[in-house]
Design a protein. Sequence first.
Lengths: 591, 337
Amino acid sequence: MNHSRSWRARGLATVGISAALVLAACGGGGGGGQQGSSNQSAQAAFDAAYTSVVNPSDKKGGTLKFANPADWDSLDPGETYYGYAWNFARLYGRSLMMFKSAPGKEGNQLVPDLAEAPGQSSDGGKTWTYKLRKGVKFDDGTEVTSADVKYAVLRSIDKQTFPNGPTYWEAVLDLPSGYKGPYKSPNMNTDSAIETPDEYTIVFHTTNPFAAFEYLAQLPQTMPVPKDKDTGAKYRNSIVSTGPYKFADLQPGKGFNLVRNDQWDPATDPNRKALPDRFEVTVNVNADDIDNRLLSGDLDVDIATLGVQPAAQSRVLQDPNLKANADNPLTTRVQYTTINSTVPPLDNIECRKAIEYAMDRIAYQTAYGGEFAGGNLATTLLPPIIAGHTDFDLYPNGPDHKGDLDAAKKSLEACGQPNGFATNIAYRPERPKEKATAEAFQQALSRVGIKLTLKPYPAGDYFAQYCGLPPFVVKQKLGLCLMSWQSDWPDGFGYFSQIVDSRVIRETGGNTNLGVRIPEVDQMLDKALAELDTDKRNQIWGEIDKRVMEEAVIYPGVYARLLLLRSKNATNIFVSDAWGGYDYLGLGAQK
Amino acid sequence: MFAYIVRRLLWAVLLLIVLSMVTFSIFYLIPQLGGASPETLATRYVGRAATAETVHLTAERLGFFDPVPVQYWHWIKGVLVGAEYDYGAGVEHCPAPCLGYSFITKQPVWPELLDRAPVTISLVVGASLIWLVAGVTVGVISALRRGTVFDRGAMGVALAGVSLPIFFTGLVALAFFSYRLGITAPGGQFVPFSENPALWAYSLLLPWITLSFLFAAQYARLTRAGMLETMSEDYIRTARAKGLPERAVILKHALRGALTPVVTIFGLDVGLLLGGAVLTEKTFSLNGLGKYAYDGIVNNDLPKVLGVTLVAGFFVITANLIVDLLYGIIDPRVRLE
């Protein structure tokens, strides 16, 4: 891997570099990026990339350096389940549909990618047909057919081989009983789920109407996989590309490069500019070191899109020059707390309401880093970015948002606990912001006599053995569990399906729905999925939000914002609502 | 001597087996005591929206339904004769010593350990040489110039070195020397010695200095204390009375006596660090055994943790053996039997 190019040069030929810089300066910025045709340009200013393209350019060439503080769950499009990984996967793979590579809300639009046009729905939303573009090729030169897309979707169903990936397909498609994917059920006819009547047509059949199917069609799981090159769990290290870039020098656990895929034909792809020649990616890099490198210009992108670390936050926000080179987008993530109705006395709604009224909302925001690093005060579970969101506040907590203690005390009396009660609050100690939030709860609720005991549980097993394990929650009296959630895609189903549907709660643990059990909400979810009219469907998401809040089983904390640093070397920088961070597909490089 | 070494090696094998058993027990038995089922364990290795069936299949694939002794036997068998690994589209043979496959990345552990060992060895060898030379030299000079400005200054710096955590000194050093001045390599860089020795040294210079700063401080203090003690011994006075030059008295007699505890600590430190200089590798984003262990621990990735535990155990045991053998050379009073 050639990831040491710049420092080698710097370390061993400083004089030469200095001379080159002088020459470059004399050249008047000839290589510094020609101004592109985009009229969405923006001067470098705080949050400029949130609504427009910063440093627009159509210049091709150069290298972008990415670093990841952790590692991918899997580079295999059939198995990955990280938002940044889906954003990044579009560089080496093409799904049927994709989010438009555009700033802000425009980035939420679905556009055809491998497909020629959006899917055609029939049979009341149970059949979805896509026509594939002709001339799209794998990096080995063979043409992509509908059979490759079908194979890609079906292999992702094999959860013994790919346990990390989303589970939508097996839940939605009309698969034959007992089907376990192409490795274990190679001879089973799967036409009831996916048909490929010709090389360029693919037809999906769902068991129930699925109005949000276009979102499924944008999943990386629809990126084609050639059957003869599929190596199962090892495919993550030998991916066959269909995008403008392909893998080079992939070293698991360390990093990889993306280089141009000469089989990619721009004529088949209206969505990608493919400006840089190369991407150099290192993984498992110290997060603080990533910030330092971003600030110095040694690195271009923190790929995990988690925002700068606390050490760099104050530095960026206090220095006008650094701040002008930062963005602060609102994301689809909400930091919230589940109020468990299975833990007495919180089985009484009035006791839950007392918590809603008594909590200090400002303290919640402060615990997460304040307005810029933490986010906006939340009063709903559904974040503003997702269609269907409406502003409402069922539990107003005073003009200063520090709690309405009178309302809380009235609720406690109605609950039969006029002097308060004792319960526990669970959080992940590895996350200092959660610890600070738990302490804020403890302090705020003590004002009305609710005594909270802090219960830290390891993040790695938080869902498996603690807050996501219903019998444990009851046994340990975990009245409150801190939680953080981001949608799979900016749509009500992508957001709600795993956190408010009581039917996904497993007694064996591993739940992300930590305690929302409202049968009416389950029915509303089904109704929304069957609703083909987008506006009406979005309205139902809003109604679900309100219904959940009425039950007072969620305390919404903040609509999360991120503090992101813009690359000094990159061009075409913009934040897409779909990813809640920089759109990797649009980026170019100056050098 | 030969019998002594063989006996120590046999003990080493037994110790490694016990180590692996303890690690295995911590991973499986403690959660079981807390009521965890095989499915509960498996939920660590599935995606965030996994169904009950996915969790069950994962528990099955990882062998969690087998009794713990059976699982341990499968692992030991893999180490001795290799194992078969089902990767969905086929089955591959993992040759002995097969330390299993990562539960998360699905990569075989043994090749990854071999791949990462040179990074850690390079880091530790370079840093240990620096801290040994610097620490012992400063310690000797401080002892000989006790109470002077040099002594007080050196011990002050040593105290700072011991007190400052490496994730602080490392990040500050990176920010200043690599990103501001641009005179050292940024984090995450490693060039194998065989590829380019100059770049190898350049890429590791800052981690070496940072790590050795921590240890040199301890060695300076230890050497100083040892030297002060030996310099007051009767045999030093006798050596001087015999008319030996001061240089010979210090280097041949005093330092030799003062070095015994230093060598003991040095062996243990090097052994421990070879098993993984976790904080240094994490701070400088070096893909060595320490970072591998860290990733394994935070992800509950047992095969990774077991692999590094065995390697670390091997290095510590070997370093101890070497130190014991060196005693016989350094200290004439020691005889190995």
